[in-house]
Ligand binder design. Structure first.
Ligand SMILES: Nc1ncnc2c1ncn2[C@@H]1O[C@H](COP(=O)(O)OP(=O)(O)OP(=O)(O)O)[C@@H](O)[C@H]1O
Ligand SMILES: [Mg+2]
Length: 593
């Protein structure tokens, strides 16, 4: 949309990423504008008569009052179509590899490069025929985007029931070529392989469904103790260097989602470089194909403009919704939502909004809710199940969880993986604290686990109870020392150590152990449970704990997780039998029945 004739829209004031302009009567809220000679991309965030406040996504250095402002008539939108997977974008969906290939550098100011290459060609296979009636979200045809992703070209959600007038045959088509013409009540609509969608608007669904399947991550403390469901929302808060990024990388690598969207927002450049360097080399454990064939990366590091960091979360979730609409399970990782909240704080301060707790804007809880609410298990417009799981890292200053971002986030998530500085200092990784963490999804997904192992609930509850009892006993140990405790209580300390070292600790860099299948998780937990139950009855029968501890097979137990991989469960069972035999031997020595 253009400003009214005779008035030229121009910049009046510049305050970092926040720019005020005049001559913008007729412009709309959240409309994208191009600012200055370079055409820096910005978004109108406040309108007052013909005055607009614009949040600029690029560095405004050298911008001067009087510089021109041009409206685009469109809200901040993403391009949706084949070619997204494997790509790396900045916060407003500018393709970083394409920019690098063009200029040899990452980002030039005012750079306008289409998010998807308009010249790209894809093999389109129609699945409807001319004359058919189609409804919003219905698949018109398929494109093999990568060997792992069958991309559905869908009727856009804003098109009501329509008749297919023409549909392209199977063959190569350009991204922006018309592949279908739909006759709608308001006239014909041309469908290309690419659609646009405003990032701040959730894509419509038919209905929400309850979470019922686990999002398997291969990380024992998560899958077994504090599981997240497909469509669930989790937060991973932790102080500096406690393992937020590594844990999220682990989940992005190993979780059984169809699509991964990783949003690196506001973290150090080198953390993102690691992702960029590492992810393309990693093979997906299920398919053996490169992980990037199901991954989209969004990189908005700490040295990039704050406004684009604010947008990056919405860009990421909009892309996730598009793949969910294809009936896929998508997992979104945001590292870190605190840096995102800091971007909100900086922008709010420059907009001279009244600050609330710790200078964050009063809208912080709403903004967090708007992000996490876009997660969930749903029935898509086409009637298929699909889901978006969200895992947000939170970096509370000083590791203090009482600060606003952690507190408000807790209202919108149902799974909390609390990273603990002491555990991290002791090199116990993942440093997720077993007492302070929780998951509300246990009930919803226990049905799935019970099918794998009928004893799952019992094993899990027993292990968590033991860890809680140990936590309480440690208070007494601090006062009187462990040796003063009776054997039955020392056994709890002993088994808790086995659980911590032999089950919960999981090295992200260990070839055999970085991914633990559900069956191996259950097998490892079962061995420890059997040791506990048998030892408890032995102690009741008068056998000294010292003799149990000395058993050679038991000493191997904490290393079993790194000795036997996911395909070697039989060996774990064999070791368990050996331990049982050695424990039985103790009974025999005493001459017990
Ligand atoms: N599961 C793990 N296995 C092995 N090492 C780990 C694991 N998790 C964390 N670490 C170790 O902890 C270090 C810090 O982890 P990470 O960078 O993920 O922390 P962070 O919380 O993201 O830090 P920051 O606050 O700086 O963003 C890693 O370099 C690694 O050595
Ligand atoms: Mg980090």
């Amino acid at each position: 949309m253009n400003p009214p004739p005779g008035r030229k829209a121009s910049v009046t004031r510049i305050n970092g990423p926040v720019v005020t302009a005049t001559g913008l009567a007729g412009a709309r809220m959240y409309e994208v504008v191009h600012v200055g000679e370079l055409g820096l991309v910005g978004e109108i965030v406040r309108l007052n008569g013909d005055q607009a406040t614009i949040q600029v996504y690029e560095n405004t250095t050298m911008l001067k009052p009087g510089a021109p402002v041009r409206c685009t008539g469109a809200p901040l939108s993403v391009w949706l179509g084949p070619g997204l997977i494997g790509n790396i974008y900045d916060g407003i969906q500018r393709p970083l590899p394409a920019i690098k290939a063009l200029h040899g550098s990452w980002l030039g100011r005012g750079e306008k490069i289409d998010p998807l290459d308009p010249a790209s060609r894809w093999t389109f296979e129609p699945v409807v025929t001319a004359g058919e009636t189609v409804s919003p979200g219905q698949t018109l045809g398929l494109v093999t985007e990568t060997p792992l992703v069958r991309h559905k070209i869908m009727v856009p959600p804003d098109i009501p029931a329509a008749a297919v007038r023409r549909i392209a045959g199977k063959g190569l088509h350009g991204l922006t070529e018309t592949v279908a013409i739909l006759d709608t009540a308001t006239g014909p609509r041309e469908i290309t392989l690419v659609q646009k969608w405003p990032v701040r608007v959730p894509r419509p669904i038919r209905e929400r469904r309850p979470v019922s399947q686990p999002l398997l991550t291969g990380q024992r403390i998560i899958d077994t103790f504090f599981p997240i469901g497909k469509g669930g929302c989790a937060a991973i808060p932790g102080g500096f260097g406690t393992g937020k990024t590594i844990t999220q990388h682990q989940l992005a690598k190993w979780s059984d989602a169809d699509i991964i969207v990783f949003i690196g927002c506001g973290e150090r450049g080198n953390e993102m470089t690691e992702v960029l360097r590492e992810f393309p080399k990693i093979l997906d454990p299920r398919s053996g194909r490169p992980l990037m064939e199901r991954t989209i990366l969004i990189a908005n590091t700490s040295n990039m403009p704050v406004a684009a960091r604010e947008a990056s979360i919405y860009t990421g979730i909009a892309l996730a919704e598009y793949y969910r609409d294809m009936g896929l399970d998508v997992a979104v990782f945001a590292d870190s939502t605190s840096r995102w909240a800091e971007a909100l704080r900086e922008l709010a301060a420059r907009l001279e909004e009244m600050p609330a707790e710790e200078g964050f804007p009063a809208t912080l809880p709403t903004r967090l809710a708007q992000f996490y609410e876009r997660g969930g298990a749903v029935t898509t417009l086409a009637g298929e199940p699909g889901s978006i799981s969200i895992v947000g890292a939170v970096s509370p200053p000083g590791g203090d969880f009482s600060e606003p971002v952690t507190q408000h986030t807790q209202r919108f998530i149902r799974c909390f993986w609390a990273l603990d500085t002491e555990l991290a200092n002791a090199r116990h990784y993942p440093s997720i604290h077993w007492i302070r963490s929780y998951s509300d999804y246990v009930g919803a997904i226990s049905g799935w686990w019970k099918k794998q192992n009928p004893d799952w609930t019992e094993l899990r509850t027993e292990a968590l109870t033991l860890l809680q009892r140990e936590d309480r006993l440690q208070q007494i140990v601090k006062l009187i020392g462990a040796d003063a405790l009776p054997d039955a209580q020392q056994l709890i300390l002993f088994i808790a150590e086995l659980l911590k070292d032999g089950f919960l600790a999981q090295n992200a860099f260990d070839e055999k152990d970085q991914f633990c299948s559900p069956a191996r998780q259950a097998a490892l937990l079962q061995v420890i449970s059997q040791v506990y139950r048998k030892s408890r009855s032995l102690i009741e029968a008068g056998v000294a704990l010292g003799r149990i501890r000395e058993l050679p097979a038991l000493r191997r137990l904490i290393h079993v997780k790194t000795i036997y991989g996911n395909e070697e469960i039989a060996q774990i069972t064999a070791l368990s039998q050996q331990i049982q035999a050695e424990l039985d031997g103790l009974v025999a020595e005493r001459g017990a029945p």
